[in-house]
Design a protein around this ligand. Structure first.
Ligand code: GLC
Length: 554
């Protein structure tokens, strides 16, 4: 690849994830709306965004905020109507912003009509659409698997006299992908949305769709006597056959992209998943998230890490997608704590930390995926008690921490550090009541810092994270070496600085990001012949970086 002209539209854009429930409320109801996204298209355009991933807004009982879909062909009334969704797709396209729908295909809601039928008997039309198993002889669950949200992954159904499998919450029964009718029904849904002119799909929890041939107990890894369902079922041989079928039925022949959410796929396996022979265009893999959060993501178990651990996995992902496939770069999404907390081991101003991360994200190779609010430099929220959390997983992690013997305070501290609700507090638009998100009381508390950390205030401040993200977004979109250039790590062994260069023909750019709150020095030869293009704290001297400072040379 020699110039950015060889790239497709989604490789040359910036993607932005919207969690609609928390983005902008046009209905004075305390939860965000689809019309609220349409109302903020100007804002997204000013950030250089060309693709907006909207987390599920289909009809849902909202046990997992839309990741429990009851009807894939309808918009949940709390978000608005199908007409408003069509309007959003159309208004977005006029500005070169394409919507990306979230396909939740590992499971449905228990209220989905397919499951409502399936649970009735083992002989009806939908009987085989989910994963049903008999109880063990003593009446207990078929295996000792622990669901991702905690507790057994099996739920007893009195009506049918069998257990069903749920990788996530018990209200999210897993679909049976072995059944060709299930696959066809899912591909039809994707085609329905593709025909509406969306720009692509994010495919949820995809590594769990193929179950193992034999279901058996695993060694318990916690005081609850259970074994993680992830270890038992993720990424099973044969999964790629289904996904090739998916790609042929939906993706082929369309100018869209598909990004899979693939917890459990290692960088070394990326080649099978993305690229010419792969099944997706991009893959969210989580190796860098596991660095601060731990491989098993058990929030109450302490994790220790160094910057070089993070750098090693980021470099591995870059190398794995250097010549095949394409990398979706991200530090945040709706399932993670805020990155300014997650990726730093030192104290220091959150705004400076956000700018350091922004420098990396917006100059690295791949398509950057920003998550709403990341561009403002939020920290985690303050949680006064476990009752303030809405998230089903946070409550499960809290209960698990208690079974592990933690005190109430320690269990709350673990949730405060890692809860997904940290990412889900309302977007902070201005300093007015409820941060300008809604005129009604928001569904989750607004972050304490909203009076100073908000879009309106940061637009007035040249040194703010928002202005830094806007500047770098524009730089990226107008600089071929940042879009198409090769990536090579520099200063591999540094525990303070994450650094890399991008090269394309004779062009070369270097990003140096100091993740520590101490000044550091580096070999000025690394930037010889280059000039500072952007400096997060406004000071750029060759060979020196200030505390929590990022500088881009080119
Ligand atoms: C994915 C989603 C997460 C959801 C889960 C179950 O990991 O990102 O929010 O809870 O799948 O659908």
């Amino acid at each position: 690849m020699t110039n950015s002209g060889d790239l497709t539209w989604w490789q040359k854009t910036i993607a932005y994830e919207v969690y609609p429930k928390s983005f902008y409320d046009t209905a004075a109801q305390g939860t965000g709306t689809i019309a609220g996204i349409t109302a903020k298209l100007d804002y997204l355009q000013a950030l250089g965004v060309g693709a907006v991933w909207i987390t599920p807004c289909y009809k849902s009982p909202m046990v997992d905020n839309g990741y429990d879909v009851a009807d894939y062909y309808a918009i949940d009334p709390s978000f608005g109507t199908m007409e408003q969704m069509d309007e959003l797709i159309a208004r977005g396209r006029e500005r070169g912003i394409r919507m990306v729908m979230d396909l939740v295909f590992n499971h449905t809601s228990e209220q989905c009509s397919w499951f409502v039928e399936s649970r009735k008997s083992s002989s009806n039309e939908y009987a085989d659409w989910y994963i049903w198993r008999d109880a063990k002889e003593d009446g207990s669950a078929p295996t000792n698997w622990r669901s991702i949200f905690g507790g057994s992954a099996w739920e007893w159904c009195e009506e049918r006299g069998q257990y069903y499998l749920h990788t996530f919450a018990k209200q999210q029964p897993d679909l049976n992908w072995e059944n060709p009718e299930v696959r066809k029904a899912l591909f039809d849904i994707a085609n329905f949305w593709a025909d509406k002119g969306v720009g692509g799909f994010r495919i949820d929890a995809i590594t769990y769709i193929k179950k193992p041939p034999v279901f058996e107990d695993g060694p318990a890894d916690g005081e609850d006597g259970l074994y993680p369902v992830h270890a038992a079922t993720a990424n099973q041989p044969g999964i790629l056959d289904y996904l090739h079928e998916f790609k042929a039925a939906v993706r082929d022949g369309r100018d869209i992209f598909m990004v899979g959410e693939a917890n459990g796929v290692a960088a070394s396996e990326l080649g099978q998943w993305v690229g010419d022979d792969g099944v997706f265009d991009l893959l969210f893999e989580f190796s860098h998230m596991h660095v601060p959060m731990g491989e098993a993501e058990i929030w109450c178990r302490p994790v220790t890490w160094e910057l070089t651990d993070l750098k090693r996995v980021l470099a591995a992902s870059q190398e794995a997608t250097a010549t095949n496939g394409w990398y979706p770069a991200f530090f945040e999404n709706h399932d993670q704590p805020r990155s300014t907390v997650n990726f730093f081991r030192c104290d220091g101003p959150l705004a400076a930390k956000a700018k350091v991360l922004g420098a990396v994200l917006l100059t690295t190779r791949g398509t950057p995926f920003l998550y709403q609010g990341e561009e403002l430099g939020y920290g985690n929220a303050t949680w006064k008690g476990v009752g303030e959390f809405d998230d089903v997983q946070t409550h499960a992690q809290y209960d698990f921490a208690k079974t592990e013997g933690l005190s109430d305070e320690a269990a709350l501290a673990a949730c405060t550090r890692f809860s997904r609700d940290n990412a889900r507090t309302p977007m902070q638009w201005d300093a007015s009541e409820n941060a300008g998100f809604s005129t009604a009381r928001p569904w989750l508390p607004v972050h304490d810092d909203y009076a100073t950390c908000n879009v309106a205030a940061q637009e007035q401040n040249d040194g703010s994270p928002l202005q830094w993200y806007r500047r770098l977004a524009s730089l990226r979109l107008n600089t071929p070496v940042l879009l198409a250039g090769a990536w090579r790590e520099l200063m591999e062994d540094s525990e303070q600085v994450l650094a890399f260069e991008r090269t394309l023909g004779d062009d070369r750019m270097v990003t140096l990001a100091n993740f520590s709150n101490e000044p550091v020095t580096y070999d000025p030869e690394l930037v010889a012949g280059l000039s500072p293009i952007a400096a997060s704290e406004g000071i750029a001297a060759p060979g020196r970086l200030g505390p929590l400072e990022a500088v881009i040379w080119g």
